[in-house]
Design a protein around this ligand. Structure first.
Ligand SMILES: [Zn+2]
Ligand SMILES: [Zn+2]
Length: 301
């Protein structure tokens, strides 16, 4: 089984390296959980090159989509400060080095592919695309982890979680879907990561199907695979990403699925993948529909 979405560095730790020894250890940990090939998809914001390309993007961003709330100078500033500190604290690695060591590892026969997880930067998609396309990356997974500057899925942030009490759930799903569709149609990515991440805290509209339909349509238009991830089982929602209803819509639209753990670090890579496999098989995702990518073969989906 292939893990299409994994991270070397746990959140809350500064990125460093990586070294060949780091990658060997990581692949061995994945293999011990039955993973035949792992795609490293570090967040782009881990790298100083992202800082150079995007700068202090939080200074020019709308802190929270205005359709979600009427504005509050105190909260706006708090969100901007929080994003700055989150973003800067995750920095520390060099994308040049990540790619160089990743290529060496591939050449040495380690069962890994070189990927990136790219977040949504409203209005900066072109800059992000230019940076990413300048590297020999095998797989790009696109994510929406924040709306404006609000990190709606950061369960460890008291500020982020408090915002949920001030916004309308349907409005949040609408804003998330808009950001998702922009990413999907941008041509920047191969896979839509954790497609219904917006449900992470357990807040789901009575009928999420109109949002699923728009996201699946955008993924089809952008030629993206939908990630199927075990990570949701480890979150308050307690459900895989995406929901079964969205998986069925993806199947009807002929989308491919990219199996993923989104595990962070040696202790978590590949976690829950056996359960995910059983779940997908029961859901009617045929083995042949699983994202079948091999080293250097980006068109294998
Ligand atoms: Zn993510
Ligand atoms: Zn991730």
């Amino acid at each position: 089984m292939i893990d299409h979405h994994s991270h070397l560095w746990p959140h809350g730790t500064r990125a460093s390296g990586p070294t060949m020894a780091d990658l060997e250890r990581f692949c061995a940990a994945a293999a011990s959980r039955g993973i035949s090939r792992v795609v490293l998809t570090e967040h782009l914001f881990r790298f100083s090159e992202a800082q150079s390309a995007l700068g202090a993007f939080w200074e020019d961003s709308t802190p929270l989509p205005r359709e979600l709330y009427s504005g509050d100078a105190g909260l706006d500033k708090a969100l901007a400060d929080d994003m700055a500190s989150y973003w800067l604290s995750h920095q520390g690695a060099s994308l040049d080095r990540y790619v160089e060591v990743g290529l060496q590892a591939k050449a040495a026969g380690l069962p890994l592919l070189l990927g990136l997880e790219v977040d949504h930067y409203s209005g900066l998609v072109d800059k992000v695309a230019a940076l990413v396309s300048s590297y020999p990356i095998d797989l790009v997974v696109a994510s929406v982890h924040w709306l404006g500057l609000w990190r709606f899925d950061d369960l460890d942030s008291e500020l982020s979680m408090s915002v949920w009490d001030r916004v309308d759930v349907e409005g949040v799903w609408e804003a998330y879907t808009n950001a998702f569709c922009e990413m999907a149609r941008s041509g920047i990515a191969d896979v839509a990561a954790h497609p219904d991440l917006v449900k992470v805290t357990g807040r789901v509209p009575p009928d999420p199907s109109p949002y699923w339909e728009r996201m699946v349509a955008a993924a089809a238009e952008g030629g993206l695979a939908l990630e199927a991830s075990s990570a949701g089982w480890r979150k308050p929602i307690g459900e895989q990403y995406p929901a079964l209803g969205m998986i069925r819509l993806g199947l009807q639209s002929g989308l491919c699925f990219a199996t993923a753990s989104d595990g962070h670090g040696d202790a978590a890579v590949g976690e829950g993948m056996g359960r995910l496999k059983r779940f997908l098989q029961a859901a009617g995702v045929e083995r042949s529909a699983l994202f079948a990518i091999d080293a250097g073969d980006k068109d294998g989906k």
